[in-house]
Write a protein that binds this ligand. Structure first.
Ligand SMILES: [Zn+2]
Length: 253
């Protein structure tokens, strides 16, 4: 049987035994339930959060994956039906209490893996208090959205890709990654070009403007030309970058 790392698919005795055998790192996907264009499922950030987390757990060798926090701060996407959002304050409390549960079991390393840019405010609000409450535990989290964006732009240039097309939401980047792991949730016949201009106002504003004002399709980027092969490369890079940053201790604040 293939090795299981997803806690929600394991029994509690499996989790206990895996921890006793040395799996003391737990990855928490901090995701979202928001529109991803006319061509892709609303759960995209949650599915991608799980995919990256599972690959990361296996790459680390001592990791398990907690149930995802599947609803995030997605207020700007609410004009599109099906999107579900909670406030940053609520999300910060959920993050804190999920970590409280995992710490009580004896995990020594908690990795908060956000697959949705809108969650950074809540992570930044929750993480300092967690580190203070649990000095015996290492709480790893990316907290700087802007530096993540810069690193990503550099990677895309290296891969000879156009950042405007890859996009930041439901464009070639996310669409390709979904084609690599959940092709059944993507309809390439409905993949269109979205807004390809400067979308940074969306993450520079405390409350992002309604997505309908920036992109009526809900896409930031261009979903056309997405391929599973590109998605596989992006996923592999993302996982390698997490492994590198974790091993270097870069995500400890
Ligand atoms: Zn997304």
């Amino acid at each position: 049987m293939p090795e299981e790392v997803l806690i929600e698919r394991m029994t509690w005795t499996d989790v206990r035994d895996a921890m006793a055998a040395g799996k003391r790192t737990v990855i928490v996907p901090v995701a979202a339930m928001e529109q991803h264009g006319p061509h892709m499922a609303i759960g995209t950030d949650t599915y991608l959060g799980y995919e990256i987390s599972v690959r990361l757990a296996k790459a680390l060798g001592d990791g398990l994956v907690a149930p995802a926090i599947g609803i995030g701060y997605s207020v700007g996407h609410l004009p599109m039906p099906g999107t579900v959002s909670i406030s940053e304050e609520t999300l910060a409390i959920v993050i804190r209490e999920v970590v409280d549960s995992l710490v009580s079991h004896g995990f020594t390393d908690i990795v908060l893996l956000s697959s949705h840019g809108g969650n950074y405010g809540a992570l930044n609000a929750a993480v300092p208090g967690l580190r203070e409450a649990y000095p015996q535990v290492r709480v790893h989290s990316r907290t700087d959205f802007e530096s993540g964006m810069r690193r990503r732009q550099a990677l895309l240039r290296e891969l000879d890709l156009d950042p405007a097309r890859v996009g930041v939401h439901a464009g070639q980047g996310e669409t390709s990654m979904m084609l690599a792991c959940h092709p059944d949730l993507v309809d390439m016949e409905r993949a269109v070009e979205g807004f390809t201009g400067d979308a940074s106002i969306r993450w520079r504003s405390k409350v992002p403007p309604p997505m309908t004002e920036t992109s009526p399709t809900g896409i930031l980027g261009d979903a056309r030309g997405s391929t599973a092969e590109l998605g596989e490369r992006l996923l592999a890079h993302e996982v390698a970058e997490w492994v590198r940053a974790l091993r270097a201790g870069e995500l400890l604040g």
